[in-house]
Design a protein around this ligand. Structure first.
Ligand code: HEC
Ligand code: HEC
Length: 551
């Protein structure tokens, strides 16, 4: 009864004051303002600059991945794509027990945009080995990441120079992804290159539905002008980018769930959730202490629940090297948890129900499972589980779920209708090769890194990539087909040869420039690969056609 009486007491004590305090919608209402480094006070302008950077897919060298690609507010700050994005785990083999669900980043590629097949993913986007954590309420965490590797002092990731001594875990974390070749970067990308690229972008050029406050802040200014407005000079560097991104994330405070309203006494939890809260107090709250009060909205702790064997991922141990920390992972905040399947550091549990099953088994892999988890074994009746789920569903902040401020955001290009799609199918005839076209780049006019690739192609043969603004009717007619492209200097690309990847598979990759000609906007582009192959119809095999509209 402890849990229920606490909520009742809160109701009595606080109902008179809570709504009396007027607060602007962008301000945390019930939780304290999160700590920030004194050198990086959270201002509206810094946060808006950070918001632009966070949702700008141009921050990745392929222009296909923003921070927000893997951290979506309407999914609790996590990545809904993780449900079907697989990392093969330590054994490198897909379809085995150590596979994990993670977040897809970039295809491995060189500085000039040329794809370089990766060991595990070939020419497909690489997937992180751990599931994304929420950026919402991350501002209260002293150490970020599942293993706490982003600590509160912020060092330049390249020079290791100390930039901010404390409260800067968000700055630390923000400095890694843009140079991480599995998440956002080309191989060998440095912060100098990131900064230069940002200087050349039109902010949010790929995004649509930019929220009004952000649009008003951008006012068609370029990033140098925005950095000048925010930091006093046009310099773009790792410290400033990280500070802006961190400031934005310090505004992502979720404290308007039904539980939050119940904690301050202005709402009641439904009966089932009240019962669930009691079960939670009994079995879960000792670790998940973030729900206990508004004063401490993060657990800031690492525990071993035994999701997977220790040697698969040592977790916290990789940071502290303490034997005691083997297989420990961050106790994640539970606000908005219902919005963010799949669960656990490996994304291995698809539903809340499966998480409760896991606890009711007392964890899966010893040794060293936390006694608090081991003790739950067999303790959760069906009723308890139903009630717990009812309770966990009361942790959803409606503003998060429906993308209302401060969780409003632009629409990403990759979420829009204009992502290249495939039509038709490969033609291989009697050949054993059936080329798969890979076209992921945004076809905006002026994109110098429009990469098109193909896999499952014949070894060491000539290839051609045909592009046109009309779908090629019959392959034999290709060369004579009247083409806008010749006029627009976008030729067909021939005379290349397929290349061998480290794993012995063959592929083709070509980086094109979409001419910076506004006349192209709105034209639908078609492309198709052809590879010489005596066993194919007419002496070649071809891929499906890809198509997208230039913008
Ligand atoms: C390709 C997907 C991807 C991209 C892009 C990405 N992240 Fe993440 N992010 C993750 C994953 C996966 C984790 C958890 C990884 C881990 O703990 O090992 C994470 C963790 C975090 C965390 C830690 C949250 C916590 O509670 O510990 C923060 C903060 C964060 N990311 C911010 C950012 C920012 C800012 C950017 C852009 C500069 C960014 N992320 C880009 C996938 C991504
Ligand atoms: C010993 C501390 C501990 C106890 C007790 C505990 N948890 Fe957890 N919980 C964790 C840790 C640590 C993780 C992350 C584990 C991992 O991914 O390896 C976690 C993960 C979760 C997640 C998944 C969150 C996400 O984003 O993936 C949910 C949901 C959850 N716990 C609910 C509960 C409930 C409900 C109970 C009680 C029945 C409970 N926990 C008991 C420590 C604990």
């Amino acid at each position: 009864m402890q849990g229920r009486s606490r909520l009742m007491a809160a109701a009595l004590a606080l109902s008179s004051t809570a709504f009396a305090q007027a607060f602007p919608p962008h301000q945390p209402a019930y939780m304290p303002a999160p700590p920030a480094p004194p050198e990086n006070p959270t201002t509206v302008e810094r946060a808006l600059l950070g918001k632009a950077l966070f949702w700008d897919e141009q921050l990745s060298s392929t222009r296909t991945v923003a921070c927000g690609t893997c951290h979506r507010h309407d999914h609790g700050g996590c990545d809904p794509r993780a449900i079907d994005a697989t990392h093969p785990g330590a054994d490198g083999a897909f379809g085995t027990a150590d596979d994990a669900r993670g977040s897809a980043g970039v295809v491995q590629h060189a500085k000039d945009g040329d794809y370089r097949p990766s060991q595990a993913f070939g020419l497909r986007p690489q997937v992180t080995r751990r599931r994304a954590l929420p950026v919402i309420n991350a501002a209260y965490e002293t150490e970020l990441m599942w293993d706490g590797s982003a600590g509160s002092s912020f060092h330049d990731p390249e020079t290791k120079q100390l930039l901010l001594p404390e409260y800067a875990a968000l700055e630390s974390e923000a400095s890694y992804s843009p140079i991480d070749p599995s998440k956002m970067a080309h191989l060998g990308r440095t912060w100098d290159l990131v900064a230069r690229a940002i200087g050349e972008m039109r902010p949010l050029a790929l995004a649509s539905e930019v929220p009004p406050d952000l649009a008003a802040f951008l006012r068609n200014r370029n990033y140098e002008q925005l950095f000048t407005a925010v930091f006093g000079s046009p310099r773009i560097d790792v410290a400033r980018v990280a500070m802006a991104l961190a400031s934005y994330q310090r505004t992502l405070i979720s404290d308007q769930s039904l539980l939050d309203l119940a904690l301050v006494g202005v709402q009641q939890l439904p009966e089932a959730a009240l019962r669930g809260h009691e079960v939670f107090e009994r079995h879960c709250a000792a670790c998940h202490s973030d729900l206990e009060s508004h004063e401490h909205p993060a657990a800031n702790d690492f525990r071993r629940t035994g999701v997977r064997p220790i040697d698969e991922d040592v977790g916290r141990h990789s940071v502290t090297h303490a034997p005691d920390d083997l297989g420990k992972f961050k106790v994640p905040g539970l606000r908005n948890v219902a919005l963010r399947p799949p669960y656990m550091h490996n994304g291995g549990l698809p539903t809340l129900r499966s998480v409760l099953d896991f606890y009711n088994r007392g964890g899966d892999y010893g040794p060293g499972i936390d006694p608090l988890v081991a003790a739950i074994r067999g303790q959760l009746s069906e009723q308890d589980q139903d009630d717990l789920i009812a309770f966990l569903q009361c942790l959803t902040d409606p503003r998060v779920e429906s993308s209302e401020p401060p969780f409003d955001r632009p629409r990403l290009w990759t979420e829009g209708p204009n992502v290249p799609t495939r039509i038709g199918a490969p033609t291989s005839g009697g050949s054993r090769y059936s080329p798969q076209v890979i076209a992921l780049s945004p076809p905006y006019h002026g994109n110098r890194f429009f990469t098109v690739a193909a896999e499952n192609v014949p070894p060491n043969v000539e290839h051609s990539l045909f592009l046109d603004f009309a779908r090629l009717p019959v392959p034999g007619l290709l060369l004579g087909h009247p083409s806008y492209l010749a006029r627009l200097q976008m030729r067909f690309y021939g005379c290349g040869k397929t290349r061998e990847a480290a794993d012995g598979k063959w592929y083709a990759s070509k980086v094109l420039e979409v001419p910076p000609d506004p006349f192209l906007i709105g034209l639908r582009l078609y492309g198709q690969w052809f590879f010489a192959d005596p066993n194919g119809p007419g002496g070649f095999v071809s891929s499906a056609t890809f198509t997208a509209v230039v913008f």
